[in-house]
Design a protein around this ligand. Sequence first.
Ligand code: B12
Ligand code: SF4
Ligand code: SF4
Length: 388
Amino acid sequence: MENVESGVQVAALTAEELESIGSRAGLDLLRAAPADPFEDTERVYLERLGQGLLAEMRWITPERIRHGCNPEELLPGARSILIGACSYLTRVRRADDDAVRGRVARYALGDDYHDTLGAKLRAVHLMLEERLGRPVRARISVDSGPVVDRAVAARAGLGWFGKNTNILTRPLGSWVLLGAMLVDVELPYGPPLRKTCGACTRCMVACPTGALIAPGVLDSRRCISYLTIEHRGPIPRDLRPLMGDWIFGCDICQEVCPVNLGAPVPDHPEHREREGWGQFPDLLELMTIGDEEFRRRFRGSPVKRAKRRGLLRNVAIALGNSGDRRAVPVLVRALSDHEPLVRGHAAWALGRLGGEAAREALERALESETEEWVVEEMRDAAAITYGG
Ligand code: B12
Ligand code: SF4
Ligand code: SF4
């Protein structure tokens, strides 16, 4: 089953067989790269961290970066890293009604991919052991693990780095999620693709917050995806109007990408819209959900990462940006939410929508509000309503 060349075990497996194992496991693409250290990635990553470009994602530490860029530290004896990709494009239809709706990043419509991709990689592991006829030591890492998924994908020739920092693949474009598995066997490696974005800068121009500050450089502090998913506290006021109707993640820099044009829609069931959720959810309904309903609706979904307070914070901003005063009653109710984060952003949204009902509610809420920054939000919002 294996050749032994100069002390290195080389698996007798072709690239086609590897691809076929991937597809039997439910992956759209599967490639392998040598498990050498990622020296350039480590340098760039540490630089970006030092420049503050990774915002307040405190779990990204220098130690974690060093660890993730040195496969030997993650799996002693690692020879290869497998990288699997799964497209999350599904068929979606926007309801033909006049509800106030928000927008959700496509990757977050279905089940949590940490679970689904992890299960597919476990299946790859089993098939690999069966095909090689020996135990294979492996370590799986999907997203939240330290492995630098995109750098592995680029090295393995699965895709290339776009200026929006995403990995672009053929024919699935950047609409793919990645999962990695370190193994202690050599595998057939695809050469890195010699593709680049050329002169295109569409994503950089289209980003509403100017988060793509240079080709391939993202300032997370300005990225709507970061703000709506990872950021824990109040969202900086100057960025709120720029967030438009995005309530969880953002797809703009992928929607405008020409490489994504005409990408096939595999419609994997695990990525389809979940009940009570979807690409264009009804914001008035969402703004009223309680803790229990949040837990029920988003169990096993990527959305649970934002927690109820984060999601409702985002919904309040989108309602404020909607310019639709039908949102006033739910926002007024949210002024007495048990979460200060929700109260503060509901106040901001009411200030933006304006009108007498909004003003009266803000003034009433000010009488009992105790949280200092929320008081400030309410005061400023009430003052704005006097203007319009
Ligand atoms: C932290 C994180 C985020 C952060 C920061 C993202 C970022 N760009 O740094 C936030 C929360 C903002 C985020 C957002 C999103 N994320 Co995210 N995220 C991650 C995570 C956990 C780590 C990424 C990381 O290490 N960033 C640090 C920087 C330094 O890495 P980098 O940008 O890749 O750096 C490389 C490039 O800059 C390149 N480079 C250097 N110089 C130059 C110059 C040029 C010209 C070019 C082209 C490139 C280039 O080299 C660097 C080193 O390799 C990974 C999972 C993982 N474990 O890897 C997912 C991951 C990158 N995210 C993913 C997704 C899907 C998203 C979103 C699309 C979700 C959404 N729709 O809202 C957005 C996309 C936003 C964007 N434009 O990047 C996917 C990407 C899949 C793909 N096709 O690439 C990943 C791989 C998760 C997964 N396992 O599938 N994410
Ligand atoms: S995800 Fe949205 S905010 Fe972030 S870089 Fe892309 S377009 Fe900009
Ligand atoms: S929009 Fe253009 S520059 Fe941006 S990732 Fe796509 S091809 Fe590259």
